[in-house]
Write a protein that binds this ligand. Sequence first.
Ligand code: 13P
Length: 255
Amino acid sequence: MRSPLIAGNWKMNLNRVESIDLARGIAQGTSPGEVDVLVCPTFVYLDAVSAVLEGTPVKLGGQDVYHESNGAFTGAISTTMLADLGCDYVILGHSERRHVMGESNEMINAKVKTALATGITPILCVGELLEEREAGQTQAVVESQIDGSLAGLNAEHVAQIVIAYEPVWAIGTGKTASPEQAQEVHADLRKLLSNRYNATSADAVRVLYGGSVKPSNANDLLSQPDIDGALVGGASLKVDSFMEIIAAAKTKAAS
Ligand code: 13P
């Protein structure tokens, strides 16, 4: 049984005080249980948020990382630095990194490997553009992102990662994939992992949905059998809406 994971990707939002307040509000409303709760603030406030979350069940994650461990890489952040600040997770290959910053599957693959080697769980994001969906290429796009980003890994590694399916056309647009559309891709992803690795690993991997998840659609999305949680952008920036999404995941865990 996969325990649901609700992750908040704060992106490049909130100042220091707002980040601390939001983390505190989420921590106050979260008790240890069957739902894993994660927040991913911007790098510069990780330390401040980490202090707030210490001793609470809420986990901390980075929004990205560089694949080298240290050295002359101006402006870069390493997985050992994330671990040092108490991060258990790191988001990798987010569509904004792929499409705005130009990251390739090869770059993301190197990051996934470094994160695993450091003991940080990668949340690997995949997802198609609107024109790719309209051209019937969703499955092929997602498959090539998975193959490229997980190159060289074995079934044991793959069992340790989290995948987030985030259709690019649904991110920050208010347009959500229907529960059926999302379930179809999630089931395809699990089948792909089973074919490439093995059924045990494919069964262990949590596949999150991301793209305009909000309290009003969380129940319907999370009730799908292969949707194991959510990667939430906008609705993770307010305590109330994020807690409502966590409540929907609790309902799933209890069912
Ligand atoms: P929104 O929830 O704002 O659409 O963002 C989704 C996302 O990109 C999470 O990583």
